[in-house]
Design a protein around this ligand. Structure first.
Ligand code: AMP
Ligand code: MG
Length: 322
């Protein structure tokens, strides 16, 4: 069986073909590069001008014909309205023209499911840290529940905003990681953990107001925010008694964040998993694969029900496939 999945919640538009046995036959994407961060309309225009080519390429690279596709899935939310609408429109027309079922996928859940497929983690806590999202997610009582999350912005967005103020190229995350390696002094920044939740904008403002070298600022930003994420992940691990931690989202490519989480996980005697980069960032393979396991559990939607959900919550979805 072949499943074609479309991702398009934010800056990345992607198309992937996977099989029902979990082989990723193609995983094609293009990312909109905004100079001033992400402008939703411009990103959607970028997606609509690229989506057709990307779909065709994903079918070609998979080595199949379009009529071989059995299911179409798409990222239904959460995300930016104009981007979601563009992607959903393409998914609907594909499903109608091929006369195959349509599955709407929650983007955050897809990060967790592709991580399980790629790493062999069975029942992990996912620390999902991307541009727009920062969440600690785990399966409990039939749903993926959010055990902690950002109360303001995603960590990636914070790093990108900080970088923009400091004249760095976009995305700033990797630039900050490089500069942080040269940092020597830990500047005191407001460590903001509230229960299981975190906040980042106060830290950014404080860092921008500090008179320090850029290397020390980047180092201190990373140490402070990554320690916060490590703390809430550790607390979730203890509280819900899981023994696996999985990373997902673009920010988790950061080696310093990986090493902090790995150390904490090993000290607790738990397993640590991180998928390869192409499955950490926004990608369509995760939408195709999650679309398949949902379809296999009997889930699909009609075109009439396929409206996008900008604020699609992780725990809204009844996880009948587990
Ligand atoms: P995503 O939204 O999951 O596609 O991830 C994009 C975000 O990841 C952007 O905000 C980037 O700045 C951030 N990012 C990418 N690489 C790194 C890195 N090495 N360290 C920190 N952040 C990163
Ligand atoms: Mg994402």
């Amino acid at each position: 069986m072949y499943i074609l999945g479309l991702e398009g919640t934010a800056h990345t538009i992607g198309s992937s073909v996977v099989t029902d046995t979990g082989d990723v036959l193609s995983n094609i994407s293009k990312t909109y590069q905004g100079k001033e961060g992400i402008h939703p309309r411009e990103a959607a225009n970028h997606h609509s001008s690229n989506i057709l080519g990307i779909i065709k390429e994903s079918i070609d690279v998979a080595g199949i014909e379009k009529d071989d596709i059995d299911v179409v899935s798409f990222s239904q939310g959460p995300g930016l309205g104009p981007c979601l609408r563009t992607t959903a429109t393409a998914a609907r027309s594909l499903s109608l023209s091929l006369d195959v079922p349509l599955v709407g996928v929650n983007h955050c859940i897809a990060h967790l499911e592709i991580g399980r497929l790629m790493t062999g983690a069975e029942n992990p806590i996912l620390l999902y840290v991307s541009g727009g999202n920062t969440q600690v997610i785990a399966f409990r009582k039939g749903r993926y529940r959010v055990f902690g999350e950002t109360l303001d912005i995603g960590l990636g967005n914070m790093l990108d905003k900080f970088g923009r103020e400091k004249g760095m190229t976009f995305p700033a995350g990797p630039v900050i990681e490089e500069k942080a390696k040269e940092g020597k002094k830990l500047i005191d920044l407001p460590y903001s953990v509230k229960g299981m939740d975190v906040e980042f904008s106060g830290i950014m403002t404080a860092a921008l107001n500090e008179d320090a070298t850029i290397e020390d600022l980047c180092f201190s930003l990373q140490e402070t925010t990554f320690a916060m994420l490590t703390e809430v992940t550790e607390r979730a691990l203890a509280h819900i008694r899981k023994d696996e931690v999985l990373l997902g989202g673009g920010v988790v490519q950061n080696k310093r964040l990986q090493s902090m989480i790995k150390t904490m996980t090993e000290e607790r005697g738990a397993e640590y998993y991180v998928p390869e980069a192409q499955y950490c960032v926004d990608n369509a393979a995760m939408i195709a694969w999650t679309g398949y396991i949902m379809y296999d559990a009997g889930i699909s939607i009609s075109v009439e029900e396929s409206n996008i959900k900008q604020k699609f919550r992780t725990d809204e979805v009844e996880v009948s496939w587990r």
